[in-house]
Design a protein around this ligand. Sequence first.
Ligand code: 2DT
Ligand code: MG
Length: 211
Amino acid sequence: MENAGGGRGALIVLEGLDRSGKSSQCARLLSFLQGKGCAAEGWRFPDRETSVGKMISAYLANESQLDDRTIHLLFSANRWEKRSLMESKLLGGTTLVVDRYSYSGVAFSAAKGLDIEWCKAPEVGLLAPDLVIYLDVQPEKAAERGGYGGERYERVEFQKSVAEHYHSLRGSTWKVVDGSLSMETVEEQLRELAMNCISECQEKQLTNLAW
Ligand code: 2DT
Ligand code: MG
């Protein structure tokens, strides 16, 4: 379809609080795009498969303790270690649907009290998304959705602070979708946003994240 002419793929990021529906919607969007014949892959951060990702995973499971700045930089390193592969996929025409990215990195660390500018710095130079879809749900509502999985950060008070920091990061590539609507309604909105993004990004250069 859109990328049949050899254009680049789109970098589409989904962001939101824990239990906002990101992972389900990423999967639905991905199968929709693939069903349309679009070259697309689903990615997620943290990517827990790499050696850095394994350290992050142990930290999130409360199996290890790390200084706040140290874990922040590991999350960032986990994106940096994937940057060149991400770039070659995109330039090769594959659209990437990514579950969390630098915005999670900044919003979660800033919610711990780290300086937001300090948090943004290591993200500069990663690839800039063409579209960031923020699934907006109230922290209390998200917590009701089958509860949290018991990982670090999965507490309502903390998630409220994360939501405020996400809010301060909203920029021109952001689209806020009401995540409290039905799965089908959200899915429909995401399809439209993604299709528009994929066709529009054909004429746009891939750029670096600059905040
Ligand atoms: P998942 O529940 O989506 O696996 O995320 N996080 C994530 C950060 O603190 N910094 C980051 O850079 C990223 C990508 C959000 C696990 C948790 O990790 C947090 C929730
Ligand atoms: Mg989680």
